[in-house]
Design a protein around this ligand. Structure first.
Ligand code: GTS
Length: 213
């Protein structure tokens, strides 16, 4: 299998944690995509993923799968023993629900970063609607949305050890990716969110998070 991504970036991080959790790292060939040079917005990459984002998983038969959730579902179920996406209908539903909420965090940070800051630089900014009046203000609102999301997860974690309940799941990985991106984009976690901060620190003890593939 191949993965198109760029190491150290938040959405690629999500899949690299999954690979570590599932011990699949040695089955993957990584192909680096130069995001700051906007390689992912060029025709060659758009033929791989029309939404122009990484990561993308390519199977040996050539099928290309984008979207971290879809990639995670595939990798988690390869051995018939899913541990990140739920086993029972109930687990699957709760993880899916919390996953969607976690995506609000990571996507809002990304929207802030790419629209209210210089982002990854001028080569990519040209693809981010530079002429749009109100773009920066909209980006600032996305930062507020990300901070609200942090407050929400702080509350969630007061009564359970993981984002979707009693076990580590893909929703935890997405929140960790969101917090990583927030740090990069210089969006501070509100001071009062001590539970979220403690949880994130504790998660760093997990081998897959500490040392993703
Ligand atoms: N919903 C997508 C997924 O789950 O895969 C989001 C993927 C995404 O936004 N990836 C970012 C990207 O390709 C990479 S990261 O920097 O957020 O980690 N961004 C390119 C761009 O031009 O915004």
């Amino acid at each position: 299998m191949k993965i198109y991504d760029i190491p150290g970036f938040p959405n690629p991080f999500r899949i690299r944690v999954v690979l570590a959790e599932k011990n699949l790292g040695d089955q993957i060939e990584f192909i680096k995509i130069d995001l700051p040079a906007a390689e992912h917005k060029q025709p060659a990459f758009l033929a791989i993923n029309p939404t122009g984002t990484v990561p993308v998983l390519e199977l040996d038969d050539g099928l290309q799968i984008s979207e971290c959730t879809a990639i995670t579902e595939y990798l988690d179920n390869l051995d018939g023993m899913p541990v990140l996406t739920g086993k029972s209908p109930r687990e699957k539903a709760v993880i899916h629900m919390m996953q969607k909420r976690a995506e609000i965090l990571i996507d809002s940070v990304g929207d802030y970063f790419h629209h209210a800051t210089p982002g990854l630089g001028s080569a990519l900014q040209a693809y981010k609607s530079p002429e749009w009046v109100g773009r920066e203000e909209w980006g600032e609102r996305q930062r507020d949305r990300a901070v609200s999301s942090m407050r929400y997860f702080n509350e969630v974690l007061k009564s359970q050890p993981y984002i979707a309940g009693k076990t580590f799941s893909m929703a935890d990985i997405t929140v960790l990716g969101g917090l990583m991106f927030a740090g990069f984009a210089q969006i501070a976690i509100p001071e009062e969110c001590t539970v979220l901060v403690g949880w994130a620190a504790h998660m760093q003890d997990r081998p897959s998070v500490k040392q993703p593939v």
